[in-house]
Each structure stands twice: as structure tokens, then as C-alpha cells.
Design a protein around this ligand. Sequence first.
Ligand code: SF4
Length: 413
Amino acid sequence: MASGIYVHVPFCASFCIYCDFYSVKGGSFEGYRDALLEEIVRQRGYFKNGVLPETLYFGGGTPSLLDTSYIEQIASAIKLQFGVSDFKEFTIEVNPDDVFHPDDIARSRRKLDEYRRMGINRISMGVQSFQDEHLRWMNRRHTAVQAVEAFRLLRECGFDNISIDLIFGFAKLTREQWADNISKALELSPEHISCYQMMLEKGSALYALAKKGKYAEPAQEECAWQYAYLQRKLTEAGYEQYEISNFCKEGYQSRHNSNYWERTPYLGLGPAAHSFDGETVRKWNVASVKSYISALREGKYDVICTSERLTDADIFNEQVMLGLRKTAGFSLNTLDSKMLAKVMPALESMLSSGELILERREEAKNHVCAESRTRAERYGHAAGLEVTDGDIIRIPPDKLFVSDGIIERLFIT
Ligand code: SF4
């Protein structure tokens, strides 16, 4: 069974206007590292039944702020405690300004060479935009040129699996600028592109501005246009959309993030990191660097970790929510049949309207558009009905922008 380890690095040099992730400016990197090394030892028995983690992901926050020697120590401790010699995918999130210093290219190169030497084989770079005015407004620290130079340097240093992030759906972004961002991203030809719509997240600076009447979100029709344009341009360029926000060249899906959508076990380490045992238990660490460090120093780990056992309804809702995020969808046969029967009227109505598609496994695999099937006896044995010619359910590409509304209608409340 696939599984992965996530390390949360909760430090940023400055805060982006739209972000509400748990992160602090500065702080004790050393204390954090020591606490993390302690947590790794405590969690070494997390995966059961001989499951070995296949992916390691340093996310944040800004992992590229950490000294490479700290990253290496943490990765080595994880390998040792979990009995892994190498990870199939070892990703680090980086900000362009941390990996490309125009005044000291040799230092930048050294850092990237060290990343490679310690086994990092995938880079996820937060580009967000190729328009300097937007980068400044977002309070990003890099410029568009720096992002391009950082990408080129990553390539020169041998990274052949690079993902870049872009943001759309904010008031200042015109259609021409969005088209330009996409075209500049495609010129770089990364293996993977993640695109997120800017949202008003409670706790972000943008949210506060909006509350004061100093920012208004663009119309949803405009955001929908930008999303559809993105889908069209990336598909034309040979990228496959495999999840609502993620596109890749063939064979370059993020294995680590796919674990989340497949509900396989993962362990989150560090302040505010979340874990899932692959069955019924989710747990998360306190969102405080200070409390995290002192608890681990004093051997009081239980104080900063909270866990929750999922109910049958929680599990059903998660399966629906995560399964429908994937463009390939998921099998209705994996759902509890009694609960599925409860949402059957909503499901049937959305199959009729074309908001959902039901198809056979081979059709889903080949992404052949199957006609919507509306008859209950075609839903497979999941619903306790006769077995049939289709059990894979998915949201068609042109409805992915409104996927939240579709998914919610299938929730058990
Ligand atoms: S987007 Fe990334 S770099 Fe910006 S504040 Fe959030 S975590 Fe930090």
C-alpha cells in the first residue's frame, strides 16, 4: 500500500497576502529541528503491517529557508527510523528567491547540488505569477525574472521533475495577464503545474482587507473563464488534468498528494501537521512552534497531538470528496451501500443533468466520455443493486470549476 511522510516547516520570511497556513516569521530553527528529530523517533511505529513510506514531502511554510544540513539530518533520521533506504518521490517546496540569488550563483548552485545529493528528486516551486505588480501586491519576495532564472538553474542542476504553482481568480488579474502567465509557464515546460483560485481565507491579510471594504473578489464568471482557459491551454500543450487543481505531463502525477486523495496512510511531522492511518483515525499536531518544541523537549508529546476517530458518515463524505477531486473519479463500489442508497436521488439527478458521469472502469481509464447513465440498476452492487456496466463516477472537466457544489450534494449530513 502506498504511504507517505509530510514534514511541515512552519517558517516564512514574510507572509503572502492570501495565505492562512500556520507559519511564523523567524524563530528557533534549531529548536524546531531537535523537536522534529524527537518526534520522528516517537512515531517510528506509525505505519502498521509492514507498510513502508514511499514518499517524503517537505512543505510549509517555506522549507527552502531551512539550512540544507537540517533538511539532510531530518531526512536521514526518517529513513533510519522507518527503515527506508530511498524514497520513490522526495519533494521539497521552494520559493524562487531561496534557490536563486542573482548576486551569488555559486551559493545557489551549491544549495541545489546538496538537495540532489540528499535524494530530493522533485521540486515544487511557488511561482504564483509572472507579473511583478501582482507579486508585489501578494507580498511575494521574488520577481518574475527571478522565478524564470530559478527554474533554469534547477534544470541546470539536474532536476527533471519540477512543479510550479500559479494563482488565478483575484481582482487585479486581467484575462491578458492570465494568458501571459500560462504562456510563460508553458515556455518553461515544467513536468507539473498546480493552479489555485485565490480565496478569502479567514486569518489572511486579504480577508482583513475585504472585511474593511478594501478588496472585492472578482465575479465567479470571470474566475470560471480563467479556469476554463487554463484547462484548454494546458490540455492543448499535452498536460493531463488529473485533479481539480493539478496538471502534469504523462507519468508525473504527484505521488505524495495522490496518497491524500486515495486515502492511504500518511504521517505528518512538525507543528500543525496532520496524519491519517488509512482507516478511521486522523490526528494533528498543535499549530504552535513554541508549544511543539517545549512539549517534545519535556517528553509531553500527547499534550500537543489531538486525534479524531471518523464516523461512518465522515468516511463516506471523505471518500466522495476526495474521490471526486480526481478527474478519473472513483468506484461507487467502495462506498457503504446503505449510505449510497440515501444519496441516490441526488446522484441520479446529477447524472441526468450531466454534472456527474458514470462509466465502466476501462472508459474511465481511457478518459473516454461515456454517456451519463441514469438507471439505478446500472449503479453496481455498491447500492445493493444488480451488477452492471458501470461503477466509476466522476465530474466531467467542464464542471470541475463548480465541483464543491456537486460534491456537497452527495454528503451524508
Ligand atoms: S504562501 Fe507560502 S511563503 Fe507565502 S505566507 Fe503562505 S506559506 Fe509562507
